[in-house]
Design a binder for this molecule. Structure first.
Ligand SMILES: N[C@@H](CCC(=O)N[C@@H](CS)C(=O)NCC(=O)O)C(=O)O
Length: 141
């Protein structure tokens, strides 16, 4: 009915935007108005709840030999007790967690270990506490 070139210019025959271009436009629109996605748990909330809700919480770095020693001690001596490990080097918020741990425990190094909500310290502290029989008391409290 129309010459080919004219037909393709008719507005009704413009291709509909694909769903991916809709997502792009939506995020562009959101950025104009500073719309943020729902806030996730803050570092403070995450660390506070990790300490309060886990019998044993170890803030560790996967490559750290002291962290490895401490994790091995708990795995060997208290295999029946659930140990929750946060590998700070494998998380985007790892540095922020480490800074917050300095505030709450006075310790910046890893491992940073809490048992039943109490700060025990690092690997050397945990070993000393275990050798004195105090760690078992704390774990079983
Ligand atoms: N005496 C401490 C030594 C801990 C330590 O030196 N950890 C190193 C990593 S293996 C550390 O935290 N370095 C600072 C950092 O990684 O930010 C212990 O027994 O836990």
């Amino acid at each position: 009915m129309f010459p080919r070139a004219l037909y393709s210019r008719l507005p009704l025959h413009r291709p509909r935007p694909s769903s991916s271009s809709f997502v792009l436009s939506a995020s562009f629109f959101a950025s104009l108005f500073h719309i943020q996605p729902a806030a996730s748990m803050s570092v403070k909330e995450l660390v506070d709840s990790a300490i309060a809700e886990n019998k044993i919480a170890i803030f560790s770095k996967s490559w750290c030999p002291y962290s490895k020693k401490a994790k091995a001690l708990f795995a060997e001596e208290f295999p029946q007790v659930q140990t929750t490990i946060f590998e700070l080097d494998e998380r985007d918020d790892g540095s922020a967690i480490q800074e917050y741990l300095l505030k709450v425990s006075g310790q910046r190094t890893v491992p940073n270990i809490f048992v039943n909500g109490q700060h025990v310290g690092g690997s050397d502290d945990v070993r000393a506490s275990f050798n004195q029989g105090k760690l078992a008391q704390l774990v079983n409290a």
